[in-house]
Write a protein that binds this ligand. Structure first.
Ligand SMILES: [Mn+2]
Length: 485
């Protein structure tokens, strides 16, 4: 992300004379360098003052074909007649952010005169620019505020992360080891449509291909990875051969992912021929390294886990594949318990995860799979689901608050996260189910609803946000409007 570029393009015109244009350029450079020095996720680079239709088209063409460029930020220091932007914006293939700002923060009471007004007219320049974005029906992020304000900078940083996530998505390969779990509906989907909308190449590899890789892993490779496990996790098992087998699986899966430039994978307990046990610890540690995972062949949630992990890279929270498991319906203590059979990412852990080995009845596990057991750290988070509605995709995001669990659950052999759903469990679960949200989600303590909404807009898919203000009527109206399409 650090090496990618966001291009800052400033709008003006020739009407005001060369002196004004020189000032505009000087200020734009100063603003770009100020923003770039604020440790943004990507480089922020001034690319020019656009004065004509040819200027705009030329720069946007360049932005389209330069791999390092993730997207453009535009701002109109003066009035920049928008007909000159049409041909350029029509061919724009990358994310666009319209930064609504102005150079000065305060109206200079004693100095303000007509010269000042002619130079500093972003307030109406940006409205002209905004109209053409609306008229062209282009997805665009609008950020408003003084360019030195922390809120403006934070908004810009988050949008850069979204632009990076969009780039990651367009280049993502997903490996499916085996098919989806038999008879399950929500993990299905149109893989051709997914490639058109998201860029994902979702393809199958035989479990036998993985078995071949598993056999090739050396003792030295396993011992090296065991050292890493020892440095990160507490060993609560004496069955080291079972932990070593997970290391062997992790190394083999990683080799295949890297060989095919894949960022995400799936498997299913129904198809483990030639493998001793379902990868548990292996999958958990791969997720901690940034790979996406989806259980039971769920390639949509796997791809989304990887994309959200990349979008929030370097942030402090954590992101994981998740599943709604069980409710606590005691009045005043209404919670959802999220977990999976084995595969929850340790980036969510409240303290050092423990490696444990336990019997797993589901699937073809010859021996007890090793897995990381921990409790999730408390804090605000989102759960996100992506479903295929037939001809179109829908992203459903719910605000949640992870809580410190009042239950120690000493016999639960999996990682677990307990949360409060918004607006409350009774309505939150009802709304989620009404919208068709899956039992598999991506839980993120870093991705905000706004980032996810902006990403959905870039993908050109439906977006539903369940939050503290959601009512049955508001949600039903949104869903009905979409289902009528
Ligand atoms: Mn599952």
């Amino acid at each position: 992300m650090k090496n990618k570029e966001i291009w800052f393009i400033v709008g003006s015109q020739h009407l005001y004379g060369d002196d004004v244009l020189k000032t505009v350029e000087k200020r734009a450079k100063e603003m770009a360098s100020f923003i770039n020095n604020k440790s943004m996720p990507c480089k922020f680079i001034f690319k020019g003052v656009v004065k004509t239709s040819d200027d705009a088209t030329h720069l946007i063409k360049k932005a389209n074909y330069q791999n390092a460029c993730l997207g453009i930020v535009t701002w109109c220091h003066t009035f920049s007649p928008s007909k000159m932007w049409i041909n350029g914006l029509k061919i724009l293939q990358k994310p666009w952010c319209h930064l609504v700002t102005q150079y000065n923060r305060e109206i200079p009471n004693l100095q303000i005169n007509m010269d000042f007004m002619n130079l500093n007219q972003a307030a109406h320049g940006d409205r002209e620019h905004g109209f053409i974005g609306a008229r062209l029906r282009l997805p665009r992020k609008i950020i408003m505020g003084h360019w030195q304000d922390q809120t403006t900078l934070d908004d810009l940083a988050n949008w850069m992360r979204v632009a990076y996530a969009y780039h990651v998505s367009q280049n993502l390969n997903v490996i499916r080891f085996g098919d989806n779990m038999r008879n399950v509906a929500v993990t299905e989907g149109d893989k051709v449509e997914a490639q058109i909308k998201f860029g994902w190449q979702v393809n199958t590899w035989a479990v036998g291909d993985l078995v071949k890789e598993i056999k090739k892993v050396t003792e030295k490779e396993i011992n090296d990875l065991m050292k890493t496990y020892m440095s990160l996790y507490e060993f609560k098992t004496k069955k080291l051969d079972l932990v070593k087998y997970q290391a062997r699986e992790e190394i083999a899966i990683k080799k295949m992912l890297d060989k095919y430039h894949a960022g995400a994978f799936t498997n299913t307990f129904e198809d483990l021929y030639g493998i001793w046990q379902l990868p548990g610890l292996a999958t958990q540690h791969l997720m901690a390294s940034g790979y996406g995972y989806g259980g039971e062949g769920d390639w949509k949630v796997s791809a989304l886990t990887h994309i959200i992990k990349m979008m929030t890279k370097g942030m402090k929270g954590g992101t994981s594949f998740m599943e709604d498991y069980t409710y606590n319906l005691v009045e005043g203590k209404e919670f959802s318990l999220g977990a999976h059979m084995l595969e929850v990412c340790p980036s969510l852990a409240s303290k050092k995860p423990r490696i444990e080995t336990h019997h797993l009845g589901i699937g073809m596990n010859e021996k007890d799979p090793a897995r990381l057991v921990f409790e999730g750290k408390p804090g605000k988070a989102t759960v996100t689901s992506l479903v295929d509605m037939g001809g179109r995709f829908r992203m459903i995001v719910q605000d949640i608050e992870v809580v410190k669990s009042p239950y120690s659950m000493p016999h639960l052999p999996t990682a677990r996260v307990l949360w409060r759903a918004m607006p409350n469990l009774r309505d939150g679960a009802k709304f989620w189910i009404l919208a068709g949200g899956a039992h598999h989600t991506v839980l993120s303590m870093d991705a905000t609803p706004e980032m996810l909404r902006d990403l959905a807009e870039l993908f050109d898919i439906e977006f539903i946000h369940i939050n503290k203000n959601t009512t049955y009527e508001s949600l039903k109206a949104q869903l009905d409007a979409r289902d009528r399409k």
